[in-house]
Design a protein around this ligand. Structure first.
Ligand code: PHB
Length: 390
């Protein structure tokens, strides 16, 4: 063997003996499970657009690891969400589960996250109990109770004495109803009727007729994002907008994504919520401009849940120096505080739930577009349902 051949053989041996680049292990995978078909498609689109915007703005390398986002559509059906979560864990070996456009989808996945010891970032669903279903869950969205108690206080202080509640008949609707009624009655208000409407193919018209006949000072409504448009259309068709009965509720009913389509009938609707496209901070103005540039729709409250969820994942990885151990990531996430486009937020280290400002807003027209314009703010609101259990 001549010298050249010997060197060549040595080089080949060195290459063979050197550790492989192990590209697969250097990638941190985030499985984003969201409704991209079916009645909650708008929510899924908001969540995906915001997650992608975050990655575009902050790069795809964190603590030396490459970040890969795997997006899967569950069509808003819990059996799909659970199956996809299992597939993502077994086949794709994801390090994070994220998304969850509706409460039942998060509930179905909770035990899967617990078994796998993988962080599960809830970016949209809003029922209080969700975070108690797994020690691996953190929430970057909201709870319905957070806005319901603020709304109840405002109603009691603003000459609203009688209210009918109308909520979609599933867990977040029940939370909204319980929190609103409890707080409003504590302040001396009276809830004359509590109506629940099915989540599948909702028809509000017969219920709205009942409300029109009962003539309460206000109608408090919760419907999940994507359904509010049907409610608003029927509210106007039945003439409730001209009846003197005020429409109030969480911001899900005046969702920024579809608000413009409601027309001027929506002007004056008062809601309590955690995010408005119109939030006047520099951070939000920058966010809205970037989001609008990348998409042909404006960001709503679902979007900030995903944007902030991605931020939490990135920051947790920085704190663990790229380690993907689930327990270490949860420790890194607990107590984390930052400025979101919605304002200052943090993850409660005890409950892993979000702590945030709740704003009172009124629909107004600005430059030809409808916005939820904030007029009062209540900082550091924790989930009141959990607080009451203590
Ligand atoms: C939920 O299912 O938890 C949910 C969905 C949409 C909303 C609010 C809550 O707008």
């Amino acid at each position: 063997m001549n010298r050249r051949m010997l060197l060549g053989a040595l080089a080949a041996a060195t290459i063979a003996a050197a550790p492989l680049p192990l590209a697969a292990q250097e990638t941190v995978k985030i499985g984003l499970i969201i409704p991209l078909t079916g009645p909650f498609t708008t929510t899924g689109k908001q969540l995906e657009a915001a997650a992608r915007l975050y990655m575009q703005q902050n790069g795809t390398t964190v603590a030396g690891k490459k970040i890969e986002l795997i997006v899967r559509d569950d069509a808003g059906r819990a059996e799909n969400t659970a199956r996809i979560a299992t597939e993502l864990l077994t086949n794709d070996k994801v390090h994070f589960l994220a998304g969850f456009g509706l409460t039942p989808l998060a509930m179905a996945t909770a035990p899967i996250a617990t078994n796998a010891k993988v962080p599960m970032v809830v970016m949209m669903a809003g029922t209080s109990i969700i975070t108690e279903r797994s020690p691996y869950i953190v929430r970057t969205s909201f709870t319905l109770g957070q806005s319901a108690v603020i709304m109840a206080d405002w109603a009691a202080q603003n000459k609203i004495k009688t209210v009918v509640t109308l909520v979609t008949d599933y867990a977040p609707g029940h939370d909204a109803e319980t929190s609103f009624v409890g707080q409003f009655e504590k302040q001396g208000g009276k809830v004359t009727e509590k109506i629940r409407v099915p989540i599948q193919n909702p028809d509000f018209a017969p219920f709205l007729q009942r409300v029109l006949d009962a003539k309460p000072d206000a109608l408090y409504v919760f419907t999940p994002s994507g359904v509010g448009a049907i409610l608003m259309k029927q509210f106007v068709e039945r003439g409730l907008d001209k009846s003197g009965i005020r429409l109030i509720g969480p911001g899900d009913i005046t969702d920024d994504d579809v608000l413009n389509g409601f027309g001027d009938a929506a002007i004056g609707v008062v809601t309590a919520h955690n995010y408005s496209t119109d939030h006047p901070s520099a951070k939000n103005k920058e966010y809205v401009a970037a989001f609008r540039k990348a998409n042909n729709f404006r960001p709503n409250f679902a979007s900030v849940g995903a944007y902030d969820g991605m931020h939490l994942i990135y920051e947790a990885l920085k704190k663990t120096q790229g380690k993907t151990d689930g327990d270490a990531l949860l420790t890194a996430m607990k107590g984390h505080k930052w400025e979101s486009p919605r304002g200052p937020i943090s993850i409660d280290p005890e409950t892993r739930d979000i702590v945030q400002t709740i704003y009172m807003r009124k629909v107004e027209k600005k430059n030809g577009e409808l916005y939820n314009v904030e007029f009062a703010s209540f900082p550091d609101v924790k989930d009141p349902v959990k607080a009451a259990k203590k």
